[in-house]
Design a binder for this molecule. Structure first.
Ligand code: ZN
Length: 135
């Protein structure tokens, strides 16, 4: 198996080349066939493309699973029905157009530090407001 595996979770930079955790190799796990569990995995990835579907080679790294998701075998095997729960990105639910708008503003503000800081603060506020609505 010489192919480099890359974790499908958005913002996770685990690849089979670079990754150990607590001295143990991070393992990579292909998406389950069972549709329900598969959907949970897909949702956990929070891909920017909402219609994203994993390919046959898509994997999620072991950092997103609690220890009890694994059988104590070498190499580690995942238990049936395990779903990723750790180190997952928060879903950013801004309307896509709004997100693009914010990006444009960032780009324009790059040469204007004060404006950039103001924008960043607004973004933080927006995220906090969103978090509050959720709870
Ligand atoms: Zn990962």
């Amino acid at each position: 198996m010489s192919q480099i595996l890359k974790c499908s979770v958005n913002w996770c930079d685990s690849t089979s080349e670079n990754c150990t955790e607590n001295g143990e190799d991070v393992t990579f796990h292909t998406f389950p066939k069972c549709q329900n569990i598969r959907d949970t995995w897909i949702d956990a990835c929070k891909n920017d493309d909402e219609d994203w579907k994993p390919s046959q080679d898509s994997v999620i790294c072991s950092r997103h699973f609690t220890d009890d998701c694994f059988r104590q075998t070498k190499p580690r095997r995942m238990k049936f029905k395990s779903t990723p729960t750790l180190h997952l990105p928060k879903k950013i639910v801004w309307e896509r157009s709004l997100r693009d708008q914010v990006m444009m503003d960032y780009l324009r503000a790059l040469n204007d530090k004060r404006r950039l800081i103001k924008l960043l603060k607004e973004k933080l506020l927006m995220e906090r407001r969103h978090d509050r609505r959720k709870t």
